[in-house]
Design a protein around this ligand. Structure first.
Ligand SMILES: NC(=O)c1ccc[n+]([C@@H]2O[C@H](COP(=O)([O-])OP(=O)(O)OC[C@H]3O[C@@H](n4cnc5c(N)ncnc54)[C@H](OP(=O)(O)O)[C@@H]3O)[C@@H](O)[C@H]2O)c1
Length: 316
């Protein structure tokens, strides 16, 4: 890793497909201008998901960005995800058509399983393999999968996942999962690199930021990239989108990389995929209207406050 990277620098997935080192997250974005602005600034990678409910808006932003930056669709890397209720073989194929239609693109660069629903993810993966073999997607992957989920998929898959998008930031480094994916050649993508903004007033990160004359956000993003993890920060502001891209003109020293690692507390802002099997399955059935919310809560013996809290954390 060196400082000669720039905003459009890429790394290669194990199938040779190139993915930019920095992308724009789009969770909760409600209008197309941040996406357009990001592309105009020079971002080439956009991450969305059907559950964000904004694929249409993201698609508009992509078209506006392509026009403003005078680039082609092929110069962009567009990723989306299959939500829990769309899992299963046929369901996934149908969900793919809906996603690309909403986005207004005729292929995706990356399509991933958003969460590991135990009874469903193998069939979902088979559908992704079909899409990949049909060259409808350039790369396929998973998200929020832990080692045991990946091993389980790898027992029967024809094509190994190319990426795993996980919650990853200085308070949650997931060391074992990191090493496992690294050894398997599965590229990690860091969701919520700023812990949804909550990490930006961390005093240790602020000290490091002052030392490099950078913002805490830039320090976190640079730490990700030097760590071979692709961050996809979300911002609605043009200034912050620009500033988040300004991470390719400096390099963190090893001592500061280590200091940032030492902040790990295994602290999550999202649900824990290791303890969510039962909840995810029940959520799946409830959202497909196979059971009522009351039946769902009864089945997992969860009171309504916790149940709806878990639902909102999941859909975050
Ligand atoms: N696979 C998954 O399950 C999963 C889960 C979570 C996220 N993701 C993906 O990862 C993306 C990023 O994660 P996230 O949206 O959860 O959170 P995040 O990127 O960690 O943080 C976003 C928050 O930080 C603020 N922010 C961004 N840049 C900033 C800066 N330079 N200075 C100060 N504040 C700044 C944003 O506010 P402003 O908008 O006001 O700038 C927003 O409130 C998502 O959008 C989504 O695409 C995936």
């Amino acid at each position: 890793m060196n400082t000669e990277l720039h905003l459009q620098s890429t790394t290669s997935l194990y199938n040779g497909v190139k993915i930019p080192w920095l992308g724009l997250g789009t969770f909760a974005l409600k209008d197309s201008s941040p996406i357009k602005n990001a592309i105009q600034i020079g971002y080439r990678s956009i991450d969305t998901a059907s559950i964000y409910g904004n694929e249409q808006i993201v698609g508009e932003g992509i078209r506006q960005g392509i026009e403003t930056a005078n680039i082609s669709r092929a110069q962009l890397f567009v990723a989306s995800k299959i939500w829990i209720t769309d899992q299963g073989y046929d369901e996934t194929l149908a969900a793919y058509e809906k996603s690309i239609q909403k986005l207004g693109v005729n292929y995706l660069d990356l399509y991933v399983i958003h969460w590991p629903v135990k009874e469903k993810y193998k069939e979902t993966w088979r559908a992704l393999e079909t899409l990949y073999k049909q060259e409808r997607v350039r790369a396929i992957g998973i998200s929020n999968f832990q080692i045991h989920h990946i091993e389980d998929i790898m027992e029967s898959c024809e094509i190994k996942p190319m990426v795993n998008q996980i919650e990853y930031h200085p308070l949650l480094t997931q060391k074992n999962l990191y090493s496992f994916c690294y050894k398997q050649g599965i590229q990690l993508i860091s969701a919520s690199p700023f812990m949804k903004g909550q990490l930006l007033d961390n005093p240790i990160l602020q000290n490091i930021a002052a030392k490099y004359n950078k913002s805490v956000a830039q320090i976190i993003l640079r730490w990700n990239v030097q760590n071979h993890v692709i961050p996809i920060p979300k911002s609605s502001s043009k200034e912050r989108i620009l500033s988040n891209a300004n991470i390719f003109d400096f390099q963190l020293k090893q001592e500061d990389m280590e200091l940032i690692y030492s902040l790990n507390q295994n602290h999550r802002i999202g649900p824990d995929p290791n303890n969510s099997h039962t909840f995810l399955s029940v959520y799946h059935e409830w959202k497909q209207e196979k059971i009522t919310a009351e039946e769902a809560m009864e089945r997992i013996k969860m009171d309504p406050i916790i149940f709806y809290k878990r639902v909102s954390e999941l859909e975050y």
